[in-house]
Design a protein around this ligand. Sequence first.
Ligand code: ARG
Length: 459
Amino acid sequence: AANSMWGGRFAAGPDAIMEAINASIGFDRRLYAQDIRGSRAHAAMLAAQGIISDSDAKAIGEGLLTVLSEIEAGNFPFSTALEDIHMNVEARLKEIIGEPAGRLHTGRSRNDQVATDFRLWVRDQCDAAIAGLQALIRAALAQAESGADWVMPGFTHLQTAQPVTWGHHMMAYVEMFGRDLGRFRDARARMNESPLGAAALAGTGYPLDRAMTASALEFDRPMANSLDAVSDRDFALEFLSAASICAVHLSRLAEELVIWSSAQFRFVSMSDKWSTGSSIMPQKRNPDAAELIRAKIGRILGATVALFTVMKGLPLAYSKDMQEDKEQVFDAADSLMLALAAMGGMLSDLTANRANMEAAASAGFSTATDLADWLVREAGLPFRDAHHATGALVALAEKKGCDLDELSLAEMQSVNPAINQSVYSVLGVHNSVASRQSYGGTAPDQVRVQITRWKERLA
Ligand code: ARG
């Protein structure tokens, strides 16, 4: 039989495969709460404008609440023949309240309806991402606070570079996650305009009050152009872009946790709650959660590329291609929220191994830069010459199989006679980090300044 919603001009129903490719109810049922909320706002506005009667609006509003409770109770009869969540809800409303249900769609199209529902859904996901990031930032801050002066090696090229502190390293991620938070806030603010009332594409001749539905749905204002309102999905692309950047940050931290928890590093110990074992190797303690967080960027960036590709080259206004927006965003949002929650939990329960980190920081000639800086400051050498002399001392120590501070004063002076006993004071890792007092540097005082600023920001 022809479709009851739009089948007036059709004699026959769709091919089974047509129905399969066309239907979105399998996934867009996730928009049911947003769909019902939008329809209730629309019906109330239609009545307030005298477009439908108060009694019809009342029947529609109450009927929609019945539909809502049926869906939430899990006994709603979803139908593929009815294509999507919008028509499933309306058809059920008709069964429940009869004729007034047919007045709900006055001055509205599924085009502005789906744009509205989806914006409301993505807006909620921005809020969820913001909450997840705040929890994660708190966990990183707590780590930073307990280890503000714990020394660890800082790396470039994953080779020992200069000593830094655990607190400084944790605060680097706090900054990254803080920018992610800002991106979701910005995206939310930009997407918070209502497409409802744009109708199919051109607007409508009914005297709608678009500002009324916008405010009922907590949008800041109605969208200014009806073609734009039904055509663009930049709000979804912006959410996905923010999610992709955030997932890159999560992936890098996850990778560090994998490395740091290895037997070769032992910088951190993961709690049992965030580790798994091996079915054959009894000694194993695997960082599976970190590995999966590291991998989630694959799905999230995949969704981002997929939706960009769907949207490029689409002429205005609505095309059915845009139905492909939802599964990508659903999957990316689910992956991101899970990754944020897992990283927050893992970081809260993580133990940083102060002694192991400090021992590693002292190895690998990590204070060679401090020695060169001493030669500049105390012996007046140009930095390039100091760099060269220090390189010779490193080579000497390497040959002897010792650290820089184990070279005798005579050996030091064989490279540069201006070197005296006070050079040894700059070769310790604690001195090294304490000296990095530049704004944003790794000196524990500076790290504590960063921590205090973030605690105020979150308060
Ligand atoms: N299920 C559709 C979607 O998700 C709803 C909009 C359909 N509009 C239309 N004119 N076919 O995009």
